[in-house]
Design a protein around this ligand. Structure first.
Ligand SMILES: *Cc1c(COP(=O)(O)O)cnc(C)c1O
Length: 466
């Protein structure tokens, strides 16, 4: 061995901390955190030297840079804004609905300081957080009463637990859905303390199947809107009306899980019809549940609407305390609901609906406006074109409804899978990551959900295509 032992070149923690070089770093990050980070960096350096004794002294001189970079990196938020150009408007992995400005402003205002979240200002005593949102939900749904919880999965869980604990719940075999992640109706049924009573066959369920399934153990009839698939061909399902009258006959309530749920007739906006909350309640369902952040276009929430006695029972369930929503949700949801009072302006004010209803010619115009920026950024690397594609609603809503759309298509000149993978990674590594979809050897950016072309264009020269 020649030369000095490189381990000896590593300065001590104390020496570094007291050096002038570290004054700024300590001022920015604090003494405790800087000390801890120096220790970690020195530990890594020693480990490297153990492996490679010839490690040049120069690689250990810039400990200061290593320490500062390590702390700056760990300060970067892992949760960040992305530009969703996947073609799936309500993408669960990308945070579903984009909130309207009024909702964002309400969140900021209510969260900055204190609020009357559970305080009745008129009476001067404790209030109920649901009171802030129940009236407008009653107005819009026509239900006798409404309450909200953390998401629709929680809504289903607490309804089952409240209405049918220790009892059987009759549900069609064709509706035993899995909603992605780990939300499967049979599993939720078990966790809520109910026994699943499967009715009929996967493709066909008749009213007489429900009649036969009823017993003195039955606590609830349930219908789940099979929102992420459709059974086609030789099929038969029992309508909400039929089930509701069976329930009335036997004094058993009907719970309808609508999944997405909408408060407006989507046909008015050029989309396929999806049963509205008002229709299903009108058809006789005692309680319906639906999501706040799917077609409704609001924050994550589960809305439970129906008969007053049943909603009161949900509110009285101790699980409600565990599943209750935060003030930020109430603030945002209230603003989103207010937009539904003016359906003619919804298209303009509610981003989710605006994206869903966007006309192909408008999407094409936007695509043409951003194309030159893609061409310039990818010159010599890939060809760029405008192509027709189809988007989908996502989050299980109207699964078979494909929306005609327009995409920027990027085909790498090097016809290798690895080139395509590298390209899509480069877009994901932009300051505001841009997420597209890979299809048939091309990278597609569906322009339907592009909000700001400036934000997109400004970033493209920064693509790392090395
Ligand atoms: C999406 C969905 C759920 C779960 O709703 P979250 O708001 O994601 O918790 C439950 N049931 C149906 C039918 C759904 O489509």
């Amino acid at each position: 061995m020649s030369g000095p032992n490189p381990l000896k070149l590593i300065p001590s923690v104390d020496k570094l901390l007291s050096s002038d070089e570290f004054l700024n770093i300590i001022a920015e990050y604090g003494h405790v955190r800087t000390t801890r980070t120096i220790r970690a960096v020195l530990h890594d350096l020693r480990a490297q030297i153990q492996i490679d004794e010839s490690l040049p002294a120069s690689s250990i001189v810039d400990i200061k840079t290593l320490v500062a970079a390590s702390m700056a990196l760990s300060d970067e938020s892992s949760l960040k804004e992305v530009i969703n150009l996947t073609g799936t408007v309500l993408h669960t992995n990308l945070g579903r609905a984009s909130l309207p400005t009024a909702a964002l402003e309400a969140v900021v205002e209510i969260s900055r300081g204190n609020s009357n979240l559970e305080f009745d200002l008129a009476a001067g005593h404790r209030g109920d957080r649901d009171d802030h949102i129940e009236a407008i939900l009653i107005e819009l749904t026509g239900a006798e009463a409404v309450t909200i919880v953390n998401n629709n999965a929680a809504a289903v869980l607490i309804c089952l637990n409240t209405f049918a604990l220790g009892q059987e719940v009759c549900i069609s075999r064709g509706e035993l859905v899995e909603i992605g992640g780990s939300f499967r109706i049979p599993d939720v049924m078990e966790k809520s303390g109910c026994t699943l009573k499967e009715v009929g066959a996967t493709n066909r369920t008749h009213l007489k199947d429900y009649q036969q399934a009823l017993s003195d153990k039955t606590g609830l009839l349930m219908k789940v809107h099979t929102s992420n698939y459709e059974i086609r061909g030789f099929t038969r399902e029992v309508s909400y009306e039929e089930l509701a009258s069976l329930g009335v006959e036997h004094n058993i309530p009907l719970l309808a899980d609508l999944g997405s749920g909408t408060l407006v007739n989507l046909e008015d906006y050029g989309l396929e019809h999806e049963p509205t909350v008002q229709e299903v309640l009108g058809a006789g369902a005692d309680v319906v549940t639906f999501s706040g952040d799917k077609l409704l276009g609001g924050p994550q929430a589960g809305i439970i609407a129906g008969k007053k006695t049943m909603i009161d029972a949900v509110k009285g369930n101790p699980l409600k305390r565990a599943l209750r929503v935060d003030k930020m949700t109430i603030a945002a949801l209230t603003e989103v609901l207010k937009l539904y009072r003016h359906p003619e302006a919804l298209l303009q004010d509610l981003p989710t609906l605006r994206y869903l209803a966007r006309q192909v010619k408008d999407i094409r115009e936007l695509a043409e406006a951003v194309l030159p920026a893609f061409e310039a950024a990818l010159k010599g690397i890939a060809t760029t074109n405008i192509v027709e594609t189809s988007s989908q609603i996502g989050s299980g809503a109207l699964p078979l409804d494909q929306l005609a759309s327009v995409a920027i298509e990027i085909t790498p000149l090097a016809k290798r899978d690895s080139a395509l993978v590298a390209l899509s990674k480069a877009f994901r590594e932009l300051p505001i990551p841009v997420i597209g979809r890979l299809q048939d050897g091309r990278l597609l950016f569906d322009i339907r959900t592009l909000e700001s072309s400036d934000t997109l264009i400004r970033q493209l020269p920064g693509l790392d295509l090395s």
